[in-house]
Write a protein of this length. Structure first.
Length: 436
């Protein structure tokens, strides 16, 4: 089936790609992914003679050479546990310190407000237990059905243990936007916590978390933000958001498998952490259970430095702000191309925001279904052509339940990040069109 051009931009795609890329790089502040792709060895991967197309970023991104080198260098030079009076141990201490400073720059926080852990899920479980110690029977918390289960189940379990009522903030199934207009009705003087996502890992929606935080704070509730999906797609600033806690995972922003927890220092310090008796008594150390993965933390700093060099500025924080703004702008070009392109694919249905005037409200993560195929069949067929996409619920089970798709195999998720090119958008569009 031939793909019908849906817009002038789309019409350009088959014959003048190099000119199109040049035009795009000018329009997007000289941001051209070809310049950065070279730093990612995995992007050279071939499947059946074709270069692989990694559209599985929401499940985990590839890493640049700088991250690989930093990790390997830690292991090559000799490592040790932290806190010892000798070279290798001091090196580990320095690596932890550098990673805290790097992530603090990424989030606009203080290094002492950053704790590391195995992943976002385990950090959230840990913090939920600490917060729940303060809850009383009859208290209330709010979770949303737009969230990944890692920002739901820990709170449900803690609430159950403490006799706390759980209220659910809904999303509008027609465009998958969070019903923030309903939040005031859910909040009251008994609300202890609002847990919500900075972006949906299933349908890409970016809710207005600053507004939600203001409403929750006005009612006296704390706010826990899951920024795992949002983090690789745009600037983050915990001061501007005003949230009390925010968690993310470095493997979603071009780093290794390490979780990050931000919390306002006084709050983290006041809470009782579930920790071993000889472990540090102060923040952030008291939140870091057991021995950290020092090689991963070396990679975390390198991932932040990779991002920083995509931007401009006199210090790393400014470079990161500029880089993430550039990434956001470039990804909006990618989203536009994809959204215009899918209008020509028959039998394809998109769940989420499709309006190209509203790209600020979504990441380039698209959940779709294709008539006559299960999501698993689509992912498998694309996989044979070297196009990596996920199918199913991706742990966003509340989203799939609300859309009535949990028992239907969920959806196909096509997720772009800044290293994906416009040619790759076209490749997946062509592959979908061939199936349709
Ligand atoms: C939005 C979102 N939240 C939380 C998680 C869980 O993160 P982790 O694997 O670091 O526990 C994921 C993982 O896919 C996610 O996409």
């Amino acid at each position: 089936m031939t793909l019908v051009a849906a817009s002038p931009g789309y019409a350009l795609r088959n014959h003048t790609d190099y000119r199109y890329n040049l035009l795009m790089s000018k329009q997007t502040n000289s941001f051209n992914p070809a310049q950065w792709r070279e730093q990612f060895p995995a992007l050279q991967q071939e499947v059946n003679g074709q270069t692989a197309v990694y559209l599985d970023g929401p499940g985990g991104t590839q890493v640049p050479q700088g991250v690989i080198s930093a990790m390997s260098s830690y292991l090559t030079q000799g490592g040790s546990n932290s806190g010892g009076p000798f070279l290798t141990s001091r090196r580990s201490d320095a690596i932890v310190e550098a990673a805290r400073a790097a992530v603090a720059d990424l989030l606009n926080a203080q290094p002492r407000e950053i704790a590391f852990g195995q992943n976002m899920t385990s950090l959230t479980f840990s913090l939920s237990r600490a917060l729940a110690r303060r809850w009383q029977p009859g208290d209330e918390i709010i979770v949303t059905n737009l969230d990944h289960d890692a920002n739901i189940s820990p709170w449900l379990l803690a609430a159950e243990e403490r006799g706390v009522t759980v209220r659910w903030l809904d999303f509008d199934p027609t465009d998958c936007t969070l019903r923030l207009d309903q939040l005031p009705d859910l909040l009251n003087e008994k609300t202890r916590l609002l847990a919500l996502t900075a972006a949906s890992n299933a349908v890409g929606t970016i809710p207005n978390i600053s507004q939600a935080t203001q409403l929750a704070h006005a009612a006296g509730a704390l706010v826990y933000v899951d920024a795992v999906h949002y983090a690789p797609h745009g600037p983050l600033d915990v001061q501007a958001i005003g949230c009390d806690f925010l968690a993310c995972s470095a493997y979603k922003w071009f780093g290794p498998h390490t979780g990050v927890l931000y919390g306002k220092y006084e709050l983290l310090e006041a809470l009782t952490a579930y920790k071993l008796r000889p472990a540090p008594t102060h923040t952030p150390g008291k939140w870091e259970t057991g021995t950290q993965s020092f090689e991963s933390l070396a990679g975390v700093t390198a991932a932040v430095d990779y991002l920083a060099q995509l931007g401009e500025g006199n210090d790393r924080r400014s470079q990161l702000r500029s880089a993430m703004q550039r990434i956001k702008q470039y990804e909006q070009q990618v989203s536009q191309r994809f959204l215009e392109g899918i209008t020509a694919v028959s039998g394809l249905k998109l769940y989420g925001i499709s309006d190209i005037e509203r790209l600020d409200e979504r990441t380039p993560t698209f959940a779709v279904s294709l008539d006559n195929y299960t999501p698993q069949q689509v992912a498998a067929r694309l996989g044979e052509q070297g196009i990596f996409v996920w199918s199913g619920h991706y742990y966003a089970i509340a989203v799939m339940e609300r859309l009535g798709l949990l028992d239907q195999g969920g959806l196909v998720r096509i997720g772009f990040v800044h290293y994906n090119t416009l040619d790759e958008v076209d490749r997946v569009l062509d592959a979908l069109d061939d199936l349709a």
